[in-house]
Design a protein around this ligand. Structure first.
Ligand code: 5AD
Ligand code: SF4
Length: 433
């Protein structure tokens, strides 16, 4: 059997793309996954290009991989940086055998046999492609509901790497979830760059279906207990969607609402389409309808032209919403994006100071949230066995929970009383009955 080493960077969509590539490869030939570079017959790097740093690291990594690989092993660069740099990757690193874009993963078996093949078209439509089956975690499935992104956020490279947004037909989504449930999954994570824009465009005619209707259809699937999704866009969070989120028992009460900036002026420069007030209003609506819901977010600091006063607006939203999880980044100018051309780029040191302040305050908030967890009861879906006799799972609101336990807990949902908390996880005991 051939051996495959695959490194996956970036977001959940990339994780699912890696699963799709593993599945497609196994259609033609059996591959076993390996963590050892020296053993691999095929090395895949599934890249992310959302910020500059990982892109800069790619070429040094290719160098390391080339030195460690065994004679004759192939190296493929896939994902968003593949889409973005294309041929240039092979020019700069001829040791790379092929380049496969984020929107072309179904072509893995085509490129693997062609020396220096480059397949990166962002027009290619994989929205109705029937991928073969492979899941990293049998209890929890990831299912794409759309590809690409139609937004033109001025900081973001994704429309250039993943192309226009096309929704996947709802029957295919439902079919795929049925299949994963039959194989043991009880939870699904619905994936898209902008999930609540679902249904705006399909590649073939299909009955109209928006995200709220899709959630309703999916929640009818018997045996499926939990539905998660990432990421919704604050602009498309209408009341109907939030009411469904709050009232549908199967939808986990955890929602990622990417803020990006708390300043309405900066949001306008980012072309996000909403204001600080709208964002706060949506979070307040979530809290009013589902007080137990956890809200997480993404924030960029140091966007071109961000003043001290703009940054204070971001700090103000942090105080008001008290996000449980915060993914925060220093603005990174990206090629093919409008903001990279703005003349008022921010000094990197100043941006670092803002980032440090934001993160420090968030850590305090997080500590307060986690400290209050002891004694609470969560319903936890166990899906991973640890080496030290412990079992790990996620609470409905997305917290990582550990208990003493073995295989029999896997795939089950149990009530757990929390005994101890840290910043990133909880310890607890399973309650009987
Ligand atoms: N610079 C910094 N962060 C970015 N993100 C997207 N583009 C950039 C950029 N150019 C962040 C956003 C997005 C997350 C996935 O990455 O916060 O929501
Ligand atoms: Fe990275 Fe964005 Fe591509 Fe995901 S879609 S891999 S976050 S650039």
């Amino acid at each position: 059997m051939k051996k495959l080493f695959i490194e996956t960077l970036g977001c959940a969509m990339n994780m699912r793309d890696s699963e799709h590539m593993i599945a497609e490869l196994n259609r033609e030939e059996s591959y076993e996954l390996t963590h050892s570079l020296g053993e691999a017959d095929l090395i895949l790097i599934n890249t992310c290009s959302v910020r500059e740093k990982p892109v800069a690291k790619l070429f040094s990594e290719i160098g390391v991989f080339a030195k460690s690989k065994k004679e004759g092993a192939k190296i493929g660069v896939c994902g968003c940086t593949a889409s973005h740099l294309g041929e240039e990757i092979i020019k700069r690193a001829p040791v790379v055998d092929f380049v496969l874009g984020a929107r072309n993963v179904s072509k893995i078996n085509e490129v693997i046999g062609k020396k220096h093949a480059v397949e990166i078209s962002i027009e290619f439509d994989e929205s109705a492609y029937a991928f073969a089956d492979y899941r990293t975690n049998p209890f929890r499935s990831m299912v794409n509901i759309s590809i690409g992104c139609d937004k033109q956020c001025t900081f973001c490279i994704v429309p250039a790497t993943r192309g226009d947004e096309i929704s996947i037909p709802s029957e295919l989504i439902v079919q795929e979830i049925h299949k994963s449930v039959a194989q043991g999954a009880r939870e699904v994570m619905l994936l898209g760059q902008n999930v609540n824009n679902y249904g705006r465009r399909f590649s073939a005619s299909q009955e109209s279906c928006d995200f709220t209707q899709l959630l309703q259809k999916i929640s009818e699937i018997e045996g499926l207990e939990r539905i998660r999704f990432t990421s919704p866009h604050p602009l498309h969070m209408d009341d109907r969607f939030l009411e469904e989120f709050a009232s549908n028992r199967k939808i986990c009460k955890q929602i990622h609402i990417p803020l990006q900036s708390g300043s309405s002026r900066v949001l306008q420069e980012m072309k996000r389409g909403y204001t600080k007030e709208w964002f706060l209003n949506r979070c307040a609506k979530v809290r009013a309808l589902a007080p137990e819901a956890v809200i997480s977010t993404d924030i960029i600091v140091g966007f071109p032209g961000e003043s001290d006063a703009d940054f204070e607006e971001t700090m103000d939203v942090l105080e008001k919403v008290r996000f449980e999880q915060l993914f925060s980044f220093k603005y990174s100018p990206r090629p093919q994006t409008a903001a990279a051309e703005y003349s008022d780029q921010i000094d990197s040191e100043a941006a670092s100071l803002r980032l440090a302040r934001l993160q420090a305050r968030h850590t305090e908030i997080l500590d307060e949230i986690m400290d209050a967890q002891a004694g609470r009861v969560h319903s936890v879906f166990f899906d991973e066995l640890k080496d030290n006799g412990r079992c790990a799972g996620r609470s409905d609101d997305g917290k990582l929970v550990f208990v003493e336990g073995s295989e029999e807990l896997l795939g089950t949902i149990k009530r757990v009383r929390i005994t101890k908390s840290s910043r990133s996880a909880l310890d607890g005991v399973v309650l009987e009955g």
